[in-house]
Design a protein around this ligand. Sequence first.
Ligand code: ZN
Length: 306
Amino acid sequence: MTVTIYTHPRFHQHDTGPGHPESPARLTAVMEALAAPRFVLLPRREAVHALRSQIARVHTRALIDTVLDPYAPEWRPLDPDTWMSPHSAEAALLAAGAVVGAVDAALDDPRERAFCAVRPPGHHATPDAAMGFCLFNNVAVGAAHALARGLDRVAIVDFDVHHGNGTQDIFWSDPRVMYASSHQDALYPGTGLRDETGAGNIANAPLVAGSGSAAFRAAWEIRLLPALDAFEPQLVLVSAGFDAHRLDPLADLNLDAEDYAWLTARLVALAERHAEGRIVSSLEGGYSLQALRESSAVHVAALAGI
Ligand SMILES: [Zn+2]
């Protein structure tokens, strides 16, 4: 069993503009943390582009054309928070491609776990809209790829502090994908209420601001993990945002890095019970560089069992 780190130099060149929280420095912080001696044996792989046909499984032609438009201005907003720069389209293709590559590897050999150190993030991107710093929904593209390769049940687990409205929208009426999310109640984008259940395949656990570790762990232990167990996924995909950490400047859930280690170990056990161990994680949000360093390190260590 190993954890491959998928990344690409282009991810550092997706430029969101001065002062933007979703900065290239985030990825630098993650890769610095993963350069520690205990991770030296983990393989690194350069992401390759997702194919347009793979992205089109979850996004409209209009959105794909907008993101990839070679004639559009090089610097442009797709929504007030979501900017494109000269290398953003390629970064978006590579971020989705990282997850597709990791899913392929896991389906070929369940011992091939992965952490995709990517940006832009993905979980806010809906079928037809880029939003919330996200261009293409990387994890959704990966889930759709797993279905296209013949899986019947794929779980997407999302512990980013924001609700993954895009992922929920994409799989709202598709019972082959279960989406389970904990997030801060009433934070951007405002979705993720408990009664948003799709075709019975959506499980949301909103947490009030200031909740902290105990409430977070209880939400997973009592509500989300049992629902995932009942679903019996053949692959576990993780939307790994680290912005519920107490140092994060955009939210107030007050988690510690240890909470990410705890949940990741539970998700590995879930994958081992139902999915022959197949688990692929992809970076979403997280806006404190210190929190990103600590949290990505414990997350990858727990994925690797080290
Ligand atoms: Zn977030």
